[in-house]
Design a protein around this ligand. Structure first.
Ligand code: ADP
Ligand code: MG
Length: 254
């Protein structure tokens, strides 16, 4: 190893920049061949380290978000799910909604891609440097209940408020007890105009009263949620059951 290489190894260790060290020789070769300016060379070296860190941080954020599966916008079939307009989802994928602290709501029957699209947007957000937390509505409520019982609800809501995107899946599958509905309402109020939520539900807004046990509470919640939101209504048959004629009897009746 030349003295310069040794110096570089030591300096990159001090800077905790292993990718910079790994790339410097190859970048230097190219720079000599192509007669780069010194500044260009430096920029290429730093770019290499920055890109490595961004990718690495993205993976760490994906792990921390606790997604139940790995889904991407690229593997969503828009020809199958025609009620999700490609350009609307692509616009959401640009993540302006997180900067704007607004929300996304996916509504639709089981298997229409609500969880898939929520995860895909969440993974995009992780890659763009945002922290994300994913859980079902029931899990969020039990988390908040534990905090409430331990006298830490306020603290927990503040902590969650620093996460720019939380995803609340499966609202409406299980009806809430009044205490749970109240905790859920507090979660949404705490985030209103401060940080984004992606929420999905198998129930149309008109039926959220059933989930929250109270039409007024449900209305107040929907009001805050959709004041700044993209609401995507998914339709059609379950993707899980595609290709199977489960709804039809052998004679072709219903
Ligand atoms: P929901 O949350 O609406 O019940 P999911 O998003 O969990 O439905 O979708 C069910 C399964 O079908 C998942 O594995 C998902 O990746 C897949 N899926 C649903 N819709 C599509 C689609 N349009 N293109 C590709 N995969 C899809
Ligand atoms: Mg789902």
């Amino acid at each position: 190893m030349s003295t310069t290489t040794k110096d570089l190894a030591w300096l990159c260790r001090q800077l905790k920049a292993p990718s910079l060290f790994a790339g410097v020789e190859r970048i230097a070769t190219r720079a000599r061949e192509e007669n780069w300016a010194h500044e260009e060379f430096l920029a290429a070296c730093l770019d290499r380290e920055v890109a490595a860190r961004a990718a690495h941080g993205g993976e760490a954020r994906v792990r921390a978000a606790r997604f139940p599966a790995h889904k991407t916008l690229e593997d969503f079939d828009f020809d199958y799910q025609r009620s999700a307009r490609r350009e609307v989802i692509a616009h959401l994928g640009a993540l302006d909604f997180i900067e704007e602290r607004s929300n996304v709501v996916f509504l639709g029957p089981p298997g229409t891609g609500k969880t898939h699209l929520s995860i895909a947007l969440g993974i995009r957000a992780c890659g763009a440097g945002h922290r994300v937390a994913f859980a079902t509505a029931a899990e969020w409520v039990s988390r908040l209940k534990a905090a409430h019982d331990g006298g830490r609800l306020h603290e927990e809501l503040r902590r969650l408020g620093r996460i720019p995107l939380i995803i609340i899946d499966e609202v409406g599958y299980v009806p809430f007890e009044p205490e749970a509905a109240n905790l859920f309402f507090q979660l949404l109020s705490a985030r209103y105009e401060r940080a984004s939520v992606i929420m999905s539900s198998n129930k149309a807004f008109g039926r959220w009263g059933e989930t929250f046990g109270d039409d007024t509470v449900a209305a107040a919640m929907i009001d805050r949620l959709v004041h700044h939101a993209e609401v995507v209504v998914l339709k059609g048959d379950s993707f899980r059951l595609r290709g199977r004629d489960l709804g039809k009897t052998p004679d072709g009746g219903t």
